[in-house]
Design a protein around this ligand. Structure first.
Ligand SMILES: [Zn+2]
Length: 350
C-alpha cells in the first residue's frame, strides 16, 4: 500500500516535470548525457493526447573533446538496413576511442516501424520526410520533425540522414547524396567532403535550391537550412535486413568519424567515385497493379521497357519505359501503386 503511494507520487512528479514544454525534459536528458563520457541509451517522448510516440536515442560520449555527429535512421519505418546499422554502431563504437560525441536516433518514425508501413506514418498519414522543419503543435509527424529540427539538430555539427529503398523498393547501387546548390558555400563544401568520405562509389549531387527554410521539407535539407552540413545515405531495401548494406553503412559511419577527426581509424581511399547530377523519375499516371521487368542496378537503353501497370482487372494500361539511357537506380518491387507514385528512377551518368 505504502509502496503504491510512493510510486504514485513519483509518477505525479514525473508528469509535472514533463508537462510544461513538449519533450523538453527528455531532450534535457540528452544534453545531460552529452556531458558524461560513456554510452547512454534514452527514449524521447514526443506527441500529445492520442498521438504519442517514443524516439530511441543512443548517446556516445568520448573522453576527448571533438565535434558532435548526429546519425539519423528510421525516418521511414520500413527502411531496415540503416536502422539495424545504427543499432549495431550504438553498441560497438567504443566511446573511449572517440573524440566528441555521436548521437544515434534509431527509429525516428516508431509508428511506421511498428506498423510495418511504407512512405507514411500511420498515426497521421503523413510522410515524415516531407514535413520538415515540422511544427511542435502539429500532428505526430510534424512534431517528430520539429523535435529533430529544433532540439536535436542544434546539438550537432553534422547530420547523417540514413535511408534505404522503402519496403516496396529495389535500390541499387547504394549511394550518398548531398545538396550541391542549397546552403552556404562552406556548408556545401563540408557536405560534399562528407559524402565522398562515407566511401560509397556513387554520389548523388542534389540540384534543388532551397531558397527559404520552409522549402527544406526533407530531413537532411532541414539541417542544411540551419547551416549544419548533412548527407543522405541510401543503402538496402525490399523490406529485408540486407546484411551487405548494413555492413556498408556501418563502415561509412566509421569512415565519417575518421573524416571528422573523431576517431583515429585509417581507411583505404575510395577510387573512381561517380557523381550523378541528372535523374529521371517515372511516375504512375494512374493507380494500378505494377509488374517490374528489371532489377535496380541494371544499365538500361532509352525506351527500354522497365515494367508495366495493369488496371484492377489485369488489363495492361501503362508501359514504363526508360526516359533516357542510364543506370536504373530504383524500381518498385510490389504491385500496389497509387496515381503519381514513383515507379522507377534512371540516372544519367556523365
Ligand atoms: Zn527513406
Amino acid at each position: 500500500m505504502s509502496d503504491g503511494t510512493v510510486a504514485t507520487c513519483v509518477l505525479v512528479v514525473l508528469a509535472l516535470m514533463a508537462s510544461p514544454a513538449l519533450g523538453a525534459a527528455d531532450v534535457g536528458a540528452v544534453t545531460e548525457a552529452m556531458q558524461q563520457p560513456g554510452r547512454h541509451h534514452l527514449d524521447i517522448d514526443v506527441g500529445a493526447a492520442d498521438q504519442r510516440s517514443s524516439v530511441p536515442v543512443s548517446v556516445l560520449v568520448g573522453d576527448r573533446e571533438g565535434p558532435t555527429l548526429l546519425v539519423l535512421a528510421g525516418v521511414h519505418g520500413s527502411e531496415y538496413a540503416p536502422i539495424v546499422a545504427g543499432q549495431r554502431l550504438a553498441n560497438t563504437l567504443d566511446p573511449a576511442e572517440l573524440a566528441g560525441r555521436v548521437l544515434i536516433v534509431h527509429v525516428a518514425n516508431m509508428p511506421a516501424f511498428l506498423g510495418r508501413a511504407i512512405y507514411v506514418n500511420p498515426a497521421d498519414g503523413k510522410n515524415l520526410n516531407r514535413v520538415f522543419p515540422g511544427d511542435p503543435h502539429g500532428s505526430l509527424s510534424e512534431r517528430i520533425a520539429a523535435l529533430l529540427t529544433d532540439q536535436l539538430y542544434p546539438l550537432a555539427d553534422a547530420v547523417l540522414d540514413m535511408h534505404s529503398g522503402d519496403g516496396n523498393e529495389d535500390l541499387n547501387p547504394r549511394w550518398v547524396g548531398f545538396y550541391e546548390r542549397a546552403g552556404e558555400p562552406s556548408v556545401i563544401a563540408r557536405s560534399r567532403a562528407m559524402a565522398h568520405a562515407f566511401g560509397f562509389r556513387h554520389i548523388v549531387a542534389f540540384q534543388w535550391e532551397l531558397a527559404d527554410r520552409s522549402k527544406a521539407i526533407w530531413a537532411g535539407s532541414a539541417a542544411i537550412a540551419l547551416g549544419i552540413p548533412a548527407i543522405d545515405v541510401e543503402a538496402g531495401g525490399k523490406n529485408i535486413v540486407d546484411e551487405e548494406a548494413v555492413a556498408a553503412i556501418e563502415e561509412g559511419v566509421r569512415r565519417t568519424l575518421s573524416h571528422l577527426k573523431m576517431s583515429t581509424a585509417v581507411f583505404p581511399a575510395v577510387e573512381n567515385q561517380v557523381v550523378i547530377r541528372q535523374r529521371s523519375w517515372i511516375a504512375a499516371p494512374e493507380a494500378g497493379t505494377w509488374i517490374a521487368l528489371k532489377a535496380a542496378g541494371q544499365q538500361v537503353a532509352k525506351g527500354e521497357l522497365l515494367g508495366y501497370l495493369t488496371d484492377w482487372h489485369g488489363r495492361r494500361r501503362f508501359e514504363a519505359r526508360a526516359p533516357a539511357a542510364g543506370l536504373l537506380l530504383l524500381i518498385l518491387t510490389a504491385p500496389p501503386v497509387r496515381q503519381g507514385e514513383t515507379l522507377a528512377i534512371v540516372a544519367q551518368i556523365d
